[in-house]
Design a protein around this ligand. Structure first.
Ligand code: KIV
Length: 279
């Protein structure tokens, strides 16, 4: 890891105020997030469902992720970028997933986010950290292993499951993860599990007391449809604003109101005359 990446991670871990993480998949959005004061950008594998039209995050490939990771990196100056290690990379085995993680770091990411899929996630985290990649572990609801058809379920509702989430979090932390995403865990359970960990927790539906909060940009600005989990707050309805604008454009083109004279280019009268006199 370059010195600046290591110090960016240390800075993120040491911040005393609540940290803000948001997803981005393209350069202009990444620039907007940086201007708005976001602490860390995640190129999530939610790229699959939010942007690429797949049914599940499992379907996005490393190549597709990398295309968007590079776009995001071109859009930022100082804010750190973390890339989700896609399920397709992990399915090809630890050695290949490790190589893919290091490719993201070569591109300029601080590191990768690794979902808990079982002991292989611990091994992979350890290898990535030893090679200098920052790792954020992801526990609780892990969309790469949950079936969208069966529905995404809140985790940690009984003793056994709390034990499983805690065990996964501990193993990822011990393997060197510098932070942990907790997804869809009751607030009181998050508070209990957190007592056993020292890494900052980035919550998404994990209550009010985590060190950071993460959401998907398109959800926050109201660009997604039909997705209303309890943990989400939509801060704008940008989708409705954009749709109204496009409808107006369609009406104005169809009626001849657009383009207006002020939207057209002009040519000097003398040049026009000589053009008209051309044989
Ligand atoms: O892929 C993603 O966007 C994520 C966040 C929702 C945590 O993993």
């Amino acid at each position: 890891m370059s010195l600046s990446a290591a110090s960016q991670i240390r800075h993120f871990c040491r911040l005393r105020r609540r940290r803000v993480v948001l997803t981005a998949y393209d350069a202009p959005t990444a620039a907007l997030l940086e201007r708005s004061g976001v602490d860390l950008i995640l190129v999530g594998d939610s790229l699959a469902t939010v942007i690429l039209g797949y049914a599940s995050t499992r379907e996005v490939s490393f190549r597709e992720m990398r295309h968007h990771v590079r776009a995001v990196l071109r859009g930022v100056r100082n804010v750190g970028v973390i890339a989700d290690l896609p399920h397709k990379s992990i399915r090809r085995g630890i050695a290949s997933a490790h190589r893919d993680a290091l490719r993201f770091v070569e591109d300029g990411c601080l590191g990768v986010k690794i979902e808990w899929l079982g002991p292989e996630s611990e091994t992979l985290t350890r290898r990535c950290v030893r090679s200098g990649a920052g790792v954020i572990g992801h526990v609780g609801l892990t969309p790469q292993s949950a079936s969208p058809k069966a529905g995404f379920k809140v985790r940690g509702l009984d003793r056994d499951d709390v034990g499983a989430v805690l065990d996964a979090a501990r193993r990822l932390e011990n393997a060197g993860a510098f932070a942990l995403v907790f997804e869809c865990i009751p607030e009181a359970v998050t508070d209990i599990i957190k007592k056993h960990l020292s890494a900052p927790v980035v919550g998404i539906g994990a209550g009010r007391h985590t060190e950071a909060q993460v959401l998907v940009f398109q959800d926050v600005v109201g660009l997604t449809e039909g997705f209303h989990p309890r943990f989400l707050k939509r801060y704008a309805e940008t989708g409705a604003v954009a749709e109204a604008a496009v409808r107006r454009f369609v009406r104005e083109v169809q009626s001849g109101r657009f383009p207006a004279k002020k939207n057209t280019y002009r040519i000097k009268a003398s040049a026009l005359r000589s053009l008209r006199e051309m044989p």
